[in-house]
Design a protein around this ligand. Sequence first.
Ligand code: PLP
Length: 377
Amino acid sequence: MHIDERLSASLDKRIAEKTFRSLTLKSGLIDFSSNDYLGFARSAELEKLVSELEIVNVKHSTQVGSTGSRLLSGNTAFAEELENFIAHYHHAEAALLFNSGYNANLGLFSALGRKGDTIIYDELIHASVHDGMRLSKAEYKPFAHNNTVQLEQLLKETTGQVFVAVESVYSMDGDFAPLKEIAALCKKYKASLIVDEAHATGIFGEKGKGLVTELGLEKDVFARLITYGKAMGCHGAAVVGSTLLKNYLTNFARSFIYTTAAPLHNLYAIKSAYDLLEKSGNRIDSLNSIIRFFRSRIKTIGEINLHESSSPVQSIIIPGNEKVRKAAAQIQEKGFDVRPLVSPTVPAGQERIRICLHAFNTEKEVDDLVSAIQTSL
Ligand SMILES: Cc1ncc(COP(=O)(O)O)c(C=O)c1O
């Protein structure tokens, strides 16, 4: 078969199954879908902080690009200072920057999982962890979402080095992992716990430090993923943990070693986002209040399958790809950017409209969104 025929056949199958993806530009709609939970990505204040940092650091800023990987020509004093700052901020010994959360999970899981090891993961874990596990030499086994009874059963049965992978706030359902219980189980069975804080960073814990610090579990967690592309409004990620882990990843995480380092501008953006976060208590309060407001309003529309969540991610379950797509399209036509999540991205029967709430969404916008949802179901 000619390669073009093969590619077309795969795409045709997606079209037939109504799972074809394409890039779209949606302008003028009210944002109920981006991960910019605190509005940092559109913040003039953040832009100003980045520019000021650039001016202060002008002596380092002679390059647009970083010129190489961190291990070759791409390292800077600023990157090292930033890593020390990140570690301190999240109450960890060390931090290592990666170019994205995807790259961080890829590097972390592929480097850690050796032959004879087992990675036990929540069934709703992010795709980047799946890809990291696939690249590792370890075995990997799922447990039902947030089901600590199943997790314990697997921990009991498993021998050798064991890692447990969870998200603190789940990206699809917006619910929390029972982290205290999971950490206690990991301690009991001597497993190393890895917590992806992508959707908690910037929002949960004191000054957005994450759920692990909120619960005081820093010492019980082997590695945490902090990302900068969501509430922090910029791009990139860091793995925080021990100095030993940092040194190990610097030597064995291929997605850290074999890639060009982020340019200084990115690093200034990350540092500036932290500086803004330190004084963003009011934004976090606004976000929490709009979440409460949305939940109180949406519950008034009667028969609705709303996922339990007190995070910015709110899901209305509408089983069936066709049905959920149609409802989302109708809500979009009324001026709201919401996205349908269809199977196989979510399990069949769990198709949903995923609504992301933001500190900048107003009560009027939420009221209008709820009316649009009511007339579209
Ligand atoms: C739970 C989780 N982990 C990791 C990632 C990847 O992070 P990034 O977007 O920085 O690559 C995402 C983003 O979609 C995520 O939701």
